[in-house]
Design a protein around this ligand. Structure first.
Ligand code: GTP
Length: 598
């Protein structure tokens, strides 16, 4: 079709600033979705996403729109995930667009992910249209926020539209700005096909569904295509676009976006960011920007009941089908038995997968504390990655230990700056920059070990800034650190699943705090329980749980059976997430105690 009538755009925003709500209103105002059929947040497909209000899977919608100039246009709204864990996916969605709506909550102002997303958009040379949202709220101050955007981002806001995505006020004006301000796509129709994979997912009926944007050339139904990353070839058996439900199309030219199915069996054959070309007349160069995403955070997942190992395994297999960034491999723990070491992009990604395993697959899990990947240089000079603290070689075999560092950007009102500094210093941060966005809003930049972010950083930041700070990070590099393994012994036996890697300087304090925390979360047993923290053979902390006398039922004199049953039920409930270590029962909280130790 005529590319001058196409506009490809994304909506970028800090979490909760109203991206999904604005998308919903756009679909409604253009008539694509009847308000009566409007489920809230139409673009979020999974239930879980809707509940969390987080868009995990990108989804593209083709929207026919008659503009004020009387002409018919096609708007392709390319949705982006809204969290730092998924920044690579965001960048690929943006690469498929010519412009982006930058939604800023007029009651909140510019936040960490507003800026991070703007930089991703600028990297992709997008036209950015600022939109001030939530003007129906009395505390909205769109003029002040416009000024803030101009100062912080350097983006002119003279004709920025102030909207309420909730009520729909002024959303029509945003559509007109999309037509006028965002350039139409370029790209030659007669060039060999180059289409960017924006997203892909596994469908049990159709195999892998690939969302794409044609940059050059044409993709047609029945065409033989090739993935440029691994040269695998397929035949397009279905071609279409979501508008809003799937509709079939015979072909798509430059600038158009849609989906195809091609009997692709696994997501690894249709990676986000890869280039699809024509197998018969292939392009010579793939599109720039492809990156293989790698998990950054690891944890052990174990069935509470060893008999459920196979159930967990098949659930992991199914999840992996739909999530190329998630990895798992079998692992054995002395404490927890047979389970899996799983890798995630970040903490949110980890939480989502754990929740899905429990909710959708009914898995009853014990999860160990998350760990980053350390690099160990052995005496022979070899570098080995370690994603599980209990696998760290003995001190005498280690020449050097390296850990990942992240660059961290924190946005906070100025009254909390002191608290943020204190937290970052405590977490071994190196201050890089402190910048005032406005008289009252500050951006603080630190370089900080990624492990410290994984360990309880978000909650601490929220509590030291009353929830007002926002945060963005990216992994930078590996640096040598003086790290040690801290072992936890229960009644004299080391529990591998409780081992952690900590900085030597903090190790005593951390060991004492962890032992105390474990004392609190491990229920008292019929016998004495001794909890010790040790570095090598040296015990640095010791706590003791004294024995309890008897079974709970002993407390129920008389024959009140319902009361007895209730108590037994309670006991059973408490046992659900327990693992027996020797004769000591450890609850799930014990395995995550390290996260909350300090
Ligand atoms: P993520 O998907 O988590 O990135 O969030 P989002 O940016 O998509 O925000 P979402 O659309 O889920 O909106 C967040 C909250 O703000 C929801 O409770 C919305 O109902 C509310 N909201 C969005 N727009 C408006 C608005 O214009 N006015 C008011 N009062 N509330 C709004």
């Amino acid at each position: 079709m005529d590319t001058s009538r196409i506009r490809n755009f994304s909506i970028i925003a800090h979490i909760d600033h109203g991206k999904s709500t604005l998308a919903d209103r756009i679909l409604e105002i253009t008539g694509l979705i009847n308000p009566r059929d409007m489920r809230e947040q139409y673009l979020d497909r999974m239930d879980l996403e809707r509940e969390r209000g987080i868009t995990i899977k990108a989804q593209t919608v083709r929207i026919p729109y008659k503009a004020a100039d009387g002409k018919d246009y096609i708007l392709n709204l390319i949705d982006t995930p809204g969290h730092v864990d998924f920044s690579y996916e965001v960048s690929r969605s943006l690469a498929a667009c010519e412009g982006a709506l930058l939604v800023v909550d007029a009651t909140q102002g510019v936040e960490a992910q507003t800026l991070a997303n703007v930089f991703l958009a600028l990297d992709n040379d997008l036209e950015i249209i600022p939109v001030l949202n939530k003007i129906d709220l009395p505390s909205a101050d769109p003029e002040a926020v416009k000024k803030e955007i101009e100062e912080a981002i350097g983006l002119p806001c003279g004709d920025a539209v102030s909207v309420s995505a909730k009520t729909g006020i002024n959303v029509a004006a945003v559509l007109e700005q999309i037509i006028v301000k965002i350039p139409p796509p370029a790209g030659k129709a007669e060039a060999p096909l180059r289409a960017l994979i924006v997203d892909s997912w596994y469908d049990s009926y159709q195999g892998v569904v690939v969302l794409f944007r044609v940059m050059e050339g044409t993709i047609t139904h029945g065409q033989r295509i090739r993935m440029m990353y691994n040269n695998a070839e397929f035949e397009v058996i279905r071609l279409g676009a979501f508008s809003p439900g799937p509709k079939d199309f015979p072909s798509f030219g430059p600038g158009e976006a849609g989906f195809f199915c091609a009997n692709i069996k696994t997501l690894t054959e249709a990676r986000v960011g890869d280039t699809v070309t024509n197998a018969v007349n292939p392009a010579t160069e793939p599109l720039p920007g492809f990156k293989e995403v790698k998990p950054m955070v690891f944890c052990g997942l174990y069935p509470v009941d060893a008999a459920e190992y196979e159930i967990l395994k098949s659930a992991l297999e199914k999840l992996r089908l739909n999530d190329a960034a998630f990895t798992y491999e079998p692992e054995t723990s002395q404490a927890l038995g047979f389970g899996f070491r799983c890798g995630f992009l970040g903490l949110l990604h980890m939480e989502i997968i754990q929740e899905r395993l429990e909710r959708e697959f009914g898995a009853n899990l014990i999860a160990t504390a998350p760990s980053v990947i350390y690099k160990v240089e052995t005496l022979s000079g070899a570098i080995i990655p370690v994603d599980n603290p209990s696998k760290l070689p003995k001190t005498q075999e280690i020449a050097a230990l390296y850990e990942p560092f992240a660059r961290l950007e924190i946005h906070t009102p100025n009254e909390y700056v002191g608290g943020v500094f204190k937290l970052c210093e405590e977490k071994r941060g190196i201050q890089k920059d402190v910048r005032y966005l406005t008289a009252t809003r500050v951006v603080i930049t630190y370089e900080l070990p990624f492990a410290e972010i994984v360990y309880d950083f978000f909650d601490r930041l929220k509590s030291s800034t009353r929830g007002y700070a926002s945060l963005d990070y990216e992994i930078m590099d590996y640096r040598a650190s003086d790290l040690v393994k801290l072992d936890i012994l229960i009644n004299g036996d080391p529990v591998d699943a409780l081992a952690v890697i900590v900085h030597r300087e903090n190790s005593y304090k951390f060991g004492r705090a962890l032992a105390l925390k474990l004392k609190r979360v491990i229920p008292r047993q019929l016998f004495e329980v001794i909890i010790q923290a040790a570095i090598g053979t040296k015990v640095i902390a010791r706590e003791r749980n004294s024995p309890i006398g008897k079974n709970v039922i002993a407390k129920c004199y008389g024959g009140d059976i319902t009361r007895k049953r209730k108590l037994l039920e309670k006991q059973k409930e408490g046992k659900k997430r327990m693992k027996r270590m020797g004769n000591v029962e450890l609850p799930q909280e014990a395995f995550l105690a390290a996260l909350k130790a300090t």
